[in-house]
Design a protein around this ligand. Structure first.
Ligand code: CDP
Length: 223
């Protein structure tokens, strides 16, 4: 019997570049498990803030990380992170987390603590009977899954990205997070070599999804 194909799609890009909506739509279209790694960094940041850790004092971060228990709850096609048995709620989109997340995410200790967890989502997708994994973030095609079957890099005009956040009713720091994410030493935000770049400024989500689907579909039958 031919082996059932299993694919990994990596989607990277800056803040509000359209990664989450695109990844979610692809997960529905092709029955893939969707992992939003930004929400993982946000969840861990929220927990570290709760514990009083500060990105400027590495020992407080290391202490808090050593006691962290991470799990996964699959809800529909979404792989949600559990921190100490609980899926975090809206607090991960708060202003405090928006301000702190890129500072925590720049710490190699914190990135290391999420590395195996993120790679493990491929097995979770297999175990859950999904046709593959679509994972979005900043370093998925470069560090987490450099051998992913497909690697995309989404870009958009900074002004348009600010407008998207305002339309979502969020106070965000799109430009500042991008600056920090691109300039950090550990796994900076950068377009991985050979990744397909898509400028989403003037495209609808549907158009972005259609472009990606045209490349992916030959490898996977739509449901
Ligand atoms: O949704 P948005 O693109 O604005 O951000 P996000 O994906 O929720 O990610 C929040 C923050 O987590 C980013 O600004 C990065 O600092 C960090 N992050 C990261 O360093 N590496 C990832 N793979 C994903 C997120």
């Amino acid at each position: 019997m031919p082996e059932t194909p299993f694919i990994i799609i990596a989607i990277d890009g800056g803040a509000a570049s359209g990664k989450s909506s695109t990844a979610r739509a692809l997960s529905e279209r092709f029955n893939l498990l969707h992992a939003d790694t930004g929400s993982y960094y946000r969840a861990v940041t929220s927990e570290l803030l709760r514990q009083g850790a500060s990105p400027g004092r590495t020992e407080t971060v290391k202490d808090a990380l050593s006691g962290l228990r991470l799990g996964t709850r699959i809800q529909g096609r979404s792989a949600q992170i559990e921190v100490s048995g609980r899926v975090p709620g809206d607090e991960i989109r708060s202003r405090e987390v928006n301000e702190a997340v890129s500072h925590f995410a720049a710490l190699p200790e914190l990135r290391a603590s999420l590395l195996a967890y993120q790679r493990g989502q491929a097995q979770a997708a297999r175990d859950g009977g999904f046709a593959g994994l679509v994972m979005e973030g900043r370093d998925i095609g470069s560090v987490i899954f450099p051998d992913a079957d497909f690697r995309f890099f989404l870009q958009a005009d900074p002004a348009e990205r600010e407008r998207r956040r305002v339309r979502q009713g969020q106070q965000d720091q799109v430009a500042e997070r991008d600056r920090l994410d691109s300039s950090r030493k550990a796994s900076p935000l950068a377009r991985p070599e050979n990744a397909v770049a898509i400028d989403t400024t003037a495209l609808t989500i549907q158009e972005v999804v259609d472009r990606i689907s045209a490349l992916v579909a030959p490898r996977l039958a739509p449901r």
